[in-house]
Design a protein around this ligand. Structure first.
Ligand SMILES: [Zn+2]
Length: 183
């Protein structure tokens, strides 16, 4: 079996590659930071990141197969759901981003700019969760949860993945983004 068949991760965009690497800390020591020292963009749309874990020096490597028409940042992908990041991971990411987006009204312009970026990430994350909903379904199917973190989140509160809840959350994140974009 070639590497493409065996271990390639199919990514829809470079942004998705980067998020996947953030979500997969060092297997040896748990360090999340991975300042790769080598990035090869192959001819056949492969994208390989290699380097050392900054904490334990373990060699690390991620090999992605990029979709034929990768979308530009900050989008993670087109209308199709991710194949490598599950809806639970996206929802958790969106919540972390929403926390960073919450700043007091008198925050400095620098903090507001950071908050605006985080609010945009929160919107994108919930949009990604919604892509896992089949058109007529009211909730994300359990089979969509493929990561341990995602399955745990789903088991804790499956109702969070109902269409109504997700759409309300998306609306709230969009309002927050709008408020930060004004003045
Ligand atoms: Zn490590």
């Amino acid at each position: 079996m070639s590497e493409t068949e065996a271990t390639m991760l199919v990514a829809r965009s470079t942004t998705e590659c980067h998020l996947y690497m953030v979500l997969h800390p060092c297997e040896r020591c748990g360090e999340a930071d991975f300042p790769w020292s080598r990035h090869d963009r192959g001819r056949d749309d492969t994208s390989v990141y290699e380097g050392e874990c900054p904490s334990c020096r373990a060699p690390r490597r991620f090999a992605f197969a990029l979709a034929p028409d990768p979308v530009p940042p900050p989008a993670y992908g087109g209308p199709e759901p991710s194949q490598i990041i599950d809806p639970g991971e996206f929802l958790a990411m969106g919540e972390r981003a929403a926390q960073h987006a919450a700043v007091p009204p008198d925050a400095s312009p620098y903090r507001r700019a950071g908050a605006r970026e985080a609010a945009a990430d929160a919107v994108a994350a919930v949009e990604e969760v919604l892509k896992f909903l089949p058109p007529s379904a009211e909730t994300v199917p359990e089979a969509a949860f493929t990561s341990a973190a995602g399955r745990e989140l789903y088991a804790a509160d499956p109702a969070r993945f109902h269409r109504d809840r997700l759409e309300a959350e998306l609306q709230a994140h969009r309002q927050a983004l709008l408020a930060l974009s004004r003045g």
